[in-house]
Design a protein around this ligand. Structure first.
Ligand code: ADP
Ligand code: ASP
Ligand code: MG
Length: 418
């Protein structure tokens, strides 16, 4: 179990829906004020932008110039949290709690300089301790930071979770609470799979795979940080403040792995594009050179497939990236093939999604992959790419079939075990 130590701070993050209207901000402030009066005064609140706001800002900046620098992109999209932190501080004041809002740069949330997917390097906690000494509740903007050169950065979509866990680590908090619009982490997205089950306790390993495979409820880097620094993460529903069902993500007892369910979760990522380099000459170092170009731009490549027939001097390399990295990756590779005079060409396929099953129990149960393939084939779903690890199997399929695949795999592996 995780323990609440009164001398240790608590970090509470409220996501976009939780602060989506003035009424909701007010309701959160009432809850924090109750906690404050009952003695929890070392609370740091982290908030996201009001729901829909970051999308609106992304549309604005890409509407004016889809190729603008990521520096401009970050400056625009970081603005949503500036509004919500100050509204939350104002609501707390109204409910009798002295409060102070902070943007990333004001608190010294220092990141690297990979705009739009920056990583937090350090956080200055002195101002927060000073707030608590003075009986003030700090409200911190999620999602944003600042480089050593004072450039505004953002952490990637959904990044406020990571801001919160990083802050919890920096403050050596008891745990980090992620307050959202569902009761916790489920075995699949409850909005897609109606009989998905809430998982009360989840290992960091499973949570990390689920988050990085597209389960939106947690930003994957927040789980990475939680695992690295052993910071328990509690996911709960903002709108049911006193309810028990919730998820605690923490390190498991090693013995539990023996009895771990074969599959703990099914995730669907709709944000997948395939890029294929066709007609590449078979030449030493060519694949490395292509991926170096992409890596230098900070693009994360996911599943990679390489084909070459044995009698040909040409080959094909296909890989998936997230939709936000598509245009940059395509441009970079087209420039690279021209510069190197390779005679190759770049093909882009969208309309795809990635469905994955995740579970520690897969390590000791062979045959999961064949069951996954049979379920998808029985649904008439074509597989475009496959990738496996010890604890997950992922298949790239058509986007339209993503939700039915999630339901079918959940039924096969999870609902049947109930
Ligand atoms: P917030 O704005 O609070 O950060 P998000 O929209 O980012 O909330 O994440 C919460 C959403 O994640 C839920 O509404 C749910 O539809 C989705 N989701 C996807 N997979 C899961 C899962 N396995 N468990 C719970 N929620 C999930
Ligand atoms: N507001 C940001 C987004 O919509 C960060 C977050 O909500 O976590 O991506
Ligand atoms: Mg989120």
């Amino acid at each position: 179990m995780y323990h609440l130590k009164h001398d240790r701070p608590i970090v509470q993050k409220y996501g976009g829906t939780s602060v989506g209207t003035l009424e909701r901000i007010d309701a959160v402030a009432v809850r924090v004020a109750e906690q404050y009066r009952s003695g929890y005064q070392k609370i740091a609140i982290v908030v996201s932008a009001m729901s829909g706001e970051t999308n609106r800002l992304v549309d604005l900046v890409s509407g004016i110039n889809p190729r603008t620098s990521l520096r401009n992109y970050d400056m625009v999209v970081a603005a949503g949290e500036q509004v919500s932190v100050a509204l939350m501080a104002a609501a707390l004041e109204k409910h009798g709690v002295p409060s102070r809002a902070f943007l990333g740069y004001q608190l010294g949330v220092v990141t690297d300089n990979f705009h739009a997917k920056a990583r937090i390097e350090s956080i200055e906690c002195a101002k927060l301790y000073k707030c608590w000494e003075d009986g003030i509740i700090p409200v911190v903007a999620g999602f944003q930071g600042v480089t050593g050169d004072l450039e505004i950065t953002t952490l990637g979509r959904g990044g406020s979770d990571t801001s919160a866990v990083a802050l919890a680590v920096a403050l050596q908090a008891s745990f980090c609470e992620i307050n959202t619009d569902v009761d916790g982490v489920y075995t699949a997205d409850p909005r897609i799979v109606s009989d998905a089950r809430l998982v009360e306790q989840m290992d960091f390993e499973v949570a990390l795979e689920m988050a990085s495979l597209g389960s939106k409820v947690l930003h994957s880097r927040c789980v990475e940080l939680g695992a690295k620094y052993q910071m328990p993460i509690v996911v709960r529903n903002t709108f049911k403040p006193n309810s028990q069902p919730r998820t605690i993500i923490m390190s498991s007892n090693p013995d539990r792995k023996l009895e771990a369910p074969i599959v703990s979760g099914v995730t669907l990522d709709k944000n997948v594009v395939r890029i294929t380099l066709h007609n590449l000459p078979v030449r030493g170092g060519i694949i490395g050179s292509a991926f170096e170009v992409i890596a230098a731009a900070g693009v994360n490549v996911d599943i990679i497939v390489h084909n070459r027939s044995h009698d040909s001097d040409r080959m094909r390399v296909g890989f998936t990236v997230g939709t936000t990295d598509l245009s940059r990756t395509k441009e970079l590779l087209e420039k690279w093939t021209l510069e190197k005079k390779l005679g190759a060409y770049v093909e882009v396929e969208d309309g795809l999604s990635k469905i994955s099953v995740v579970g520690l129990g897969m390590q000791s149960h062979p045959g999961v992959a064949s069951r996954v393939f049979s379920v998808l084939e029985n649904e008439g779903i074509a597989l475009h790419m496959i990738s496996t690890s010890e604890i997950k199997i992922s298949c790239v399929i058509g986007e339209k079939e993503g939700e039915s695949a999630a339901r079918a795999l959940h039924k096969e592996f999870i609902a049947h075990d109930a």
